[in-house]
Design a protein. Structure first.
Length: 277
């Protein structure tokens, strides 16, 4: 049975690959972009099943309008994929106020408002799946990437809570945590702070080697990652998290094991603050 999907940020990366695969198998995609020219090829090839709209993820009223019109026009939306977002690199001190505010508004607040806008419609139709594209950077933090991690750690907490709220309405939530992939996120769309010489040679600038495409390319295959994301909507109950990429999974497990080991050393400290009855 064909599905209808609402996907943000479909002009490149995972969004484009997801849309391409879904349209090829006969599904309908409502996609949001900032530049329609970037998806004109798909619009020409799939004029009846690809409905693409301009959307700035920092504009909450516009998000609400796009969601409302999508449900009204197509009757139902089976899957919402929050994909739009970008990376911002640089030490915390190097970032401008505008850069800090914009990445929060796009990656975190925009994703939150998209989900909030869709929930009344999903609840009314009695089913739905929400897929939040996060990153293994929602669990593992690296220097020089503080604000990106802030948005991903934040959206994961939001989604984990919402998943429990909406499960009784037959709405599933999945957080997707990809590792490095060969998309424009790493090789084209990444934004940099104005770098300070004081941080030269500092771990905060280690990302410069990662962003250099002349070095070893990211291991993740966007096409295969998109396939796994699409397949996940047929898994019941919805998996709360999906880590994509062997390196990402190994790094996540190591980080969580270290975190647990640290917590386990704090048993006496934690108990010392309880009331002594």
């Amino acid at each position: 049975m064909n599905k209808t999907w609402l996907i943000t940020g479909v002009s490149s990366g995972f969004g484009y690959e997801l849309t391409r695969q879904l349209l090829a198998k006969g599904d309908t995609v409502v996609g949001t972009v900032r530049n329609k020219a970037k998806v004109a090829d798909l619009g020409e090839k799939y004029p009846t099943t690809f409905d693409y709209q301009i959307l700035d993820m920092t504009d909450t009223p516009a998000i609400q309008q796009v969601v409302k019109e999508a449900f009204e026009k197509h009757g139902k939306i089976d899957v919402i994929i929050n994909n739009a977002g970008y990376g911002l690199f640089g030490a915390a001190e190097e970032l401008s106020d505008e850069q800090v505010e914009h990445i929060i508004a796009t990656n975190l607040t925009g994703s939150i408002q998209m989900i909030r806008s869709a929930l009344p419609f999903l609840r009314k139709q009695g089913h739905g799946r929400i897929i939040q594209i996060s990153s293994y950077g929602g669990q593992v933090a690296f220097p020089g990437n503080s604000m990106y991690h802030a948005t991903k750690f934040g959206i994961e907490g939001f989604c984990e809570s919402v998943a429990q709220e909406v499960a009784p309405f037959n709405i599933g939530v999945t957080i997707v945590e990809p590792g490095g992939a060969r998309t424009e996120f790493r090789y084209g769309s990444a934004q940099l702070a104005e770098l300070m010489p004081e941080y030269d040679g500092n771990p905060a600038h280690s990302f410069l080697a990662m962003l250099d495409s002349s070095n070893v390319l990211a291991p993740g295959d966007p096409s295969e990652m998109a396939k796994r994301i699409i397949e996940s909507v047929d898994i019941t109950p919805a998996p709360l998290r999906m880590v994509l990429g062997s390196q990402a999974l190994a790094s996540t497990i190591a980080t969580l094991e270290n975190r647990l080991a640290d917590f386990r050393t704090q048993t006496e400290l934690a108990a010392s603050t309880d009331y002594k009855e």
